[in-house]
Design a binder for this molecule. Structure first.
Ligand SMILES: C[S@@+](CC[C@H](N)C(=O)[O-])C[C@H]1O[C@@H](n2cnc3c(N)ncnc32)[C@H](O)[C@@H]1O
Length: 254
């Protein structure tokens, strides 16, 4: 059973249901460093399924091993453009932690519907940042800081929505896609070094206090407390990820 976020997403894509010698055509929207792409490649190899992954983003930051994999096609797209695929040409679309940055999340689902073949699947997943849990030495301060964090739009980003995870089902219900499954899990991290997910979130928390010098000072002390807990082996961070599997309906006369 997959336990990490990216392996879970790859498992939801049900690559093993693909039949025939042609590669399954999979697009990841907002592929970032390519962690999901890597999990998809591993999942396809395990299932013995040939795969082509179209890794789409507005900038290039795929890790080298993914970028140079011959099964991967990296596509850099301008923001707010239609997806670079013809209608009904993809078997799977993956969208993880992208929706909150888009000005029109409902339009994103319509585009996914357009490019999927009838019967094709969209794995739509998003962290719900309001559910962030930090084991800390001051729970009231943690709550205050997380409230600031989820209501902040970071520099360099047009949109952010700390409550997006819980909104996925409403968006899916209003779309032409069928809901196949709804799931959620806690993404758990025990590390608090500078490469860790929890560290990145804590830096987002600090940034969200930038207009409030007193709170910023308290937040800096809070981060020191997290480092102390980590040194003592008592650090814990989780965030709830919500993941839906949606299908483009097959016409009844097909
Ligand atoms: C939070 S990261 C998530 C990356 C990856 N899906 C993951 O979960 O590791 C959001 C990604 O979406 C990309 N992005 C933002 N707006 C986009 C757009 N309009 N079209 C495609 N990608 C976009 C960003 O460049 C960034 O790589």
């Amino acid at each position: 059973m997959p336990v990490g976020r990216y392996d879970r997403i790859a498992a939801l894509a049900a690559l093993d249901a693909h039949e025939g010698p042609e590669p399954i055509q999979v697009a990841e929207l907002g592929a970032g460093h390519g962690r999901t792409v890597r999990a998809l490649l591993a999942g396809a190899a395990e299932a013995g399924v040939p795969i082509r992954v179209h890794a789409i983003d507005t900038g290039s930051c795929l890790d080298d091993d993914v970028l140079h994999d011959e099964r991967v096609r990296s596509l850099i797209v301008p923001e707010d453009q239609p997806l670079p695929f013809r209608d009904a040409t993809l078997d799977r679309v993956i969208s993880l932690n992208v929706l909150e940055h888009l000005p029109h999340p409902a339009g994103h689902l319509l585009e996914c519907h357009r490019v999927l073949r009838p019967g094709g699947l969209l794995v739509l997943a998003h962290s719900d940042w309001d559910t962030v849990l930090f084991a800390s030495e001051d729970d009231a301060l943690t709550r205050l800081l997380i409230d600031r964090f989820v209501n902040d739009v970071p520099d360099g980003v047009r949109n952010a929505d700390g409550f997006m995870g819980r909104k996925l089902l409403g968006l899916a219900d209003a779309s032409p896609l069928e809901v196949i499954s709804v799931g959620a899990w806690a993404d758990v991290h025990l590390r608090f070094d500078e490469d860790s997910v929890a560290w990145k979130v804590a830096m987002g928390v600090l940034a969200a206090t930038r207009d409030d010098p007193r709170l910023a000072a308290a937040a800096a002390g809070w981060v020191e407390g997290l480092r102390r807990l980590a040194r003592q082996g008592r650090f814990l961070f989780t965030v709830t990820d919500v993941a839906l599997v949606l299908r483009r309906p097959v016409p009844v006369d097909a």
